[in-house]
Write a protein that binds this ligand. Structure first.
Ligand code: NAD
Length: 265
């Protein structure tokens, strides 16, 4: 009989995490290391990749890291050359995203003030870079055991914003973010049939993660969430362990919402 323990064991597998130095990226990386996977951590220059690799040392897995700005076509090409030097790539988690800031011009502003320039930057990171990266390592992944890709999308790629949540805050929900995440969910399905049966492709759509957002936003957000709270990073450990390992070896083309039930109303 196949044990759950053997299905979840990722010893000897190589897993890439993009945006590894970010809030969710760290937890995804830690989860994969806990299961025994060697890590290839990717993030921008000056991100805390070196610190993260030291923090994960106790898991006794091999840890590589590579700085790459996924918004840059030439840096993506260098990254793909680097990744193709590995003998196997079993897991790719596309977690990095253009999430913008309140201060960024043309982003967290009204529809009429959102700019094409900022839209293009978001689409470049949230869609184009994922297309190019998955294409660039797909041949290598097709020859690797238990190979699978996990794309991190968002509930805002599935559902329209409830604007009342944002009233009186400097937060927003830009068209480019929502639209690029919706595209990523569909790209995951497209890729799942294209790379089957050798590589599985799935998507995770997080609900809002608590990061000290204004009280008025949190209160209204929670009222719309059956589980009565915002997400925390550790809420994603289970879904990553499930999708990345052989626990889900008959699961492909799915989008799993980890949203406290936000989408069921
Ligand atoms: N925070 C939330 O509430 C929430 C909700 C739904 C979905 N998500 C998704 O979860 C994922 C992780 O988000 P997070 O909240 O941890 O964000 P975060 O900002 O903490 O982390 C994102 C990471 O991606 C990296 N990154 C961004 N642009 C990059 C680029 N051009 N090249 C290389 N690396 C780049 C950043 O440096 C950062 O380390 C994202 O895909 C995000 O869209 C987050």
């Amino acid at each position: 009989m196949t044990s759950i323990k053997s299905l979840v064991n990722m010893k000897g597998r190589n897993a890439i995490v993009t945006g590894a130095a970010g809030h969710l990226g760290k937890v995804i990386s830690e989860t994969l290391a806990e299961l025994g996977a060697n890590l290839i951590l990717i993030d921008r220059e000056n991100s805390s990749l070196e610190k993260l690799s030291l923090d994960l040392k106790n898991y006794n897995v091999k840890i590589h890291y590579f700085q790459s700005n996924l918004e840059s076509s030439s840096e993506r090409k260098e990254l793909i050359l680097y990744l193709n030097k590995f003998t196997n790539i079993n897991v790719l988690v596309n977690n990095a995203a253009f999430v913008g800031t309140a201060e960024l011009e043309g982003w967290a502003v009204s529809f009429l003030e959102q700019t094409v320039e900022t839209w293009r930057r978001a689409v470049e990171v949230n869609l184009t870079s994922i297309f190019e990266l998955t294409q660039g390592i797909s041949t290598l992944m097709q020859g690797s055991q238990g190979a699978n890709i996990i794309n991190i999308a968002s509930i805002y790629g599935q559902y329209a914003p409830k604007w009342a949540l944002y009233e009186g805050t400097n937060m927003s929900n830009p068209a480019a973010y929502a639209t690029s995440k919706a595209g990523l969910i569909q790209y995951s399905r497209w890729l799942a049939t294209t790379l089957a049966p050798k590589v599985r492709v799935n998507c995770v759509s997080p609900g809002g993660i608590f990061r000290n957002q204004p009280d008025s936003f949190v209160t209204k957000y929670i009222e719309n969430t059956p589980l009565n709270r915002m997400a925390t990073e550790k809420d994603f450990k289970g879904v990553i362990a499930f999708l990345a390992s052989d626990l889900s070896e008959y699961v492909t083309g799915q989008n799993i919402s980890v949203d406290g039930g936000w989408g069921i109303w």
